[in-house]
Write a protein that binds this ligand. Sequence first.
Ligand SMILES: Cc1cc2nc3c(=O)[nH]c(=O)nc-3n(C[C@H](O)[C@H](O)[C@H](O)COP(=O)(O)O)c2cc1C
Length: 209
Amino acid sequence: MILGLNIGKNASTPIERATDDYLACLAGVYPYADYVTVNISSPNTQNLRDLQGDAALDALLSALKSRQGELAQEHGRRVPLFLKIAPDLDEPQVQAIADALRRHGMDGVIATNTTLSREAVQGLPHAGEAGGLSGAPVREASNRVIRQLRAALGAGFPIIGVGGVMSGRDAVAKIEAGADAVQIYTGLIYRGPNLVPEAAHALRRLRAG
Ligand SMILES: Cc1cc2nc3c(=O)[nH]c(=O)nc-3n(C[C@H](O)[C@H](O)[C@H](O)COP(=O)(O)O)c2cc1C
């Protein structure tokens, strides 16, 4: 099994000190992780998504990459770093993030986190609740960001697709959008563990052509 561990900043840490939290978390999870996800896209931690902006992202990725190098020496093992981004980004923002991923030599990107958009749930009784939406309402936005990332990054840069995979067909759509691998979260709640073999079979059929 591959174990990815996800790091973020504490809600109580001011955004100017976010890097301290990420560095502490990276060192803490490093010995146990096969890869580490740097989450800068949860809409439930105030201001967190500001870290997706150019200057803040540059500073954070520089600090993390340099610590990754030190930890690799210390532990004799290089653990890849993935950046996890939001679906609520426009194309120039996705392009700027793709440029930063390349510039800093990040190992991959995970698209996407939950969405703040209520477009897909308009008129539903709980549409006005606060927080990020997962599952079917984020699927199309996530696929759009994956397509834009693939176009910006070209072939060969690892992209993990996540957001609204509720069926084998949805897993296939992630790969067709440009992802190399697929993650499932909300689908497990609605569909249960059977969703995993369903997705695996659908992807195998896709590969067999
Ligand atoms: C209750 C809940 C908690 C989550 N916590 C995190 C988190 O701590 N870190 C993170 O990167 N993403 C978190 N996510 C986002 C999911 O990992 C995933 O990116 C998102 O829900 C879209 O995928 P899905 O539609 O399959 O759920 C959370 C999502 C939900 C619904």
